[in-house]
Every structure is written in structure tokens, then in C-alpha cells.
Design a protein around this ligand. Structure first.
Ligand code: ATP
Length: 270
């Protein structure tokens, strides 16, 4: 069960160029996570501690996981992902044990990037700490904090966490030396959507009439993941029609379908 709770990728293939519309966030993550992994001596020479943990927050499907994978790729680090929900276990002490296992695996595989998705599952403000379930979640969080506090001796490990519910987080995890670098990853702007459309149609056979400017305008409020689904669905329209070329009409049809709320039929959509 332990092995299944973690996703380990020795050499992730996502690169920064695959991520559209969040250049500033990429820059910040590179400074906070990549630099200390690649040039630890620079930080030592300057006499400063690199940030222990970086917290990415923002709506679902905006590229937070991609960003963590791209850093691991760039630094030749092992990518180790754990979902916060996996740390919420039935039996006492099990969540804390998983946290210990997570950090000892990272130490074995260093350099490593630990990515904890849905950190809010273990680090929300206490709502009703009288229930034993909450006490157990609390213990898991304490274990996580203590692993982070004892970090310097552990070698080349950086930790990135992500949440869609920043407002729920317990301020204990945001203290200096913990997740003290906050990076918001919002839904893409119109330019961002344009770039993400280009990225996800890179391998598609597009007709000349496909107009990214217009599609970027028409996808206001879409996340990166939703734009990816739109491109896939457009391709499905062409295939159903027995064509290999994807036209603007296919995109418009897919868009209409998604806006009609039929998002459940679209693959990859969260
Ligand atoms: P969640 O909060 O739901 O875990 P996330 O922010 O971690 O979401 P990702 O897993 O990084 O989102 O994105 C899901 C998929 O959506 C990616 O694999 C990618 O194909 C697409 N995607 C999301 N954001 C972007 C982006 N900024 N540029 C290109 N593709 C994107």
C-alpha cells in the first residue's frame, strides 16, 4: 500500500516549454527550488538558507503538478509525489509513518523533489479538533513539519506543495522555514490561453482556418486542463467525421459542447 501511495518518477519528461501562460511563476519556482538544487554552494557562500518549501496555490488544472515535474526534470532529480488525501489514514500513526517513509525515500534517491498535492487534506485549520480523526490528521501534519524542520541534514531534497484551498490552510505550515514561499498559479489570461492552445495542438493536423486568437477569446475562464480537453475534443469531432484535418468548426463544436456543461464526456477534465 505504501508504494502505491507515492508516485515515483526517476526522470520526468515535462519541461518548462510545455507549460503556458505562467512564466512569472516558472521564474519564481526556478529561483526557489531549482537554484538551490543546482548551485547549493552559491547559497552557502552568501550565507542564506534557501526556502525549505514552496507552496503553489490556485484553481485546479493550472499547471502546478507540471511545474513540480519540470523542476525535477531540469535538475535531474527524482520526482516523488504524494497526495495529501493519501496521508489521511484510518489507523493511528499510519499517516505519520507515510510522511517518514516519504522523506526517507527522498533521502535515498536524492537529488529529489517531493511534491505534496492537496496539502490542505492534512494542513487545514482545525475545525473540530475533538474528533479523533482530526487528532490523527493533526499528528500527520506535525510529522510533516518536523521532517521539514530537520531538513538541512538531509541533502539535496526540495519540497513543493500544492493546494486549491489556500484560505483553509493552518498558518503553522506557512511559518518561516516551512512553506514560506507562496506562489499563486491562476487560470490563464488570454495570452496564456493562446500559448496553451499552441502547446496542445503542436502535434495536431490543423486546417488553415483555425484561429487561436478567437479561441483564446472564447475560452475565458478555462483552466489549462480545460483547454487541453478542448483540443482533444476538437480532434474527436474530426475523427467522428472521418477527417484527419481538424478545422475551426471542430473547435467551435467542441467549445459549444463543453459550454453546454457536457464536460463529463471530455477526457482529462477535472
Ligand atoms: P490539480 O490542482 O487539479 O492537481 P494542477 O494545477 O496540478 O491541478 P496539472 O496536473 O499540472 O494541474 O495539469 C493537468 C493537465 O492540464 C496537464 O497535464 C496539462 O496537460 C494541462 N495543463 C494545465 N495547465 C497547463 C498549462 N499552464 N500549460 C499547458 N498545459 C496545462
Amino acid at each position: 500500500a505504501r508504494a502505491q501511495a507515492m508516485e515515483v518518477d526517476a526522470s520526468p519528461t515535462v519541461s518548462y516549454e510545455d507549460i503556458g501562460g505562467i512564466d512569472e511563476q516558472i521564474r519564481e519556482v526556478r529561483e526557489a527550488v531549482e537554484e538551490p538544487l543546482v548551485n547549493p554552494e552559491q547559497f552557502e557562500a552568501a550565507g542564506i538558507e534557501p526556502p525549505s518549501g514552496v507552496l503553489l496555490h490556485g484553481p485546479p488544472g493550472t499547471g502546478k503538478t507540471m511545474l513540480a515535474k519540470a523542476v525535477a526534470n531540469r535538475t535531474d532529480a527524482t520526482f516523488i509525489k504524494m497526495a495529501g488525501s493519501e496521508l489521511v489514514q484510518k489507523f493511528i500513526g499510519e499517516g505519520a509513518k507515510l510522511v517518514r517513509d516519504l522523506f526517507s525515500l527522498a533521502a535515498e534517491r536524492e537529488p529529489a523533489v517531493i511534491f505534496i498535492d492537496e496539502i490542505d487534506a492534512v494542513a487545514s485549520r482545525r475545525t473540530d479538533s475533538k474528533t479523533s480523526g482530526d487528532a490523527e490528521v493533526q499528528r500527520t501534519m506535525m510529522q510533516l513539519l518536523s521532517e521539514m524542520d530537520g531538513f538541512e541534514d538531509r541533502g539535496n531534497i526540495r519540497i513543493i506543495a500544492a493546494t486549491n484551498r489556500f484560505d483553509m490552510l493552518d498558518s503553522a505550515i506557512l511559518r518561516p522555514g516551512r512553506f514560506d514561499r507562496l506562489i499563486e498559479v491562476p487560470n490563464p489570461t488570454v495570452e496564456g490561453r493562446h500559448r496553451i492552445l499552441e502547446i496542445h495542438t503542436g502535434d495536431m493536423n490543423l486546417a488553415d482556418d483555425v484561429d487561436f486568437d478567437r479561441l483564446a477569446d472564447e475560452t475565458e475562464g478555462f483552466s489549462g486542463a480545460e483547454i487541453e480537453s478542448l483540443t482533444t475534443e476538437s480532434g474527436m469531432f474530426a475523427i467522428r467525421d472521418d477527417r484527419s484535418e481538424v478545422t475551426m468548426a471542430d473547435f467551435e463544436g467542441a467549445l459549444e459542447k463543453m459550454e453546454a456543461g457536457d464536460k463529463s464526456s471530455v477526457p482529462n477534465l477535472r
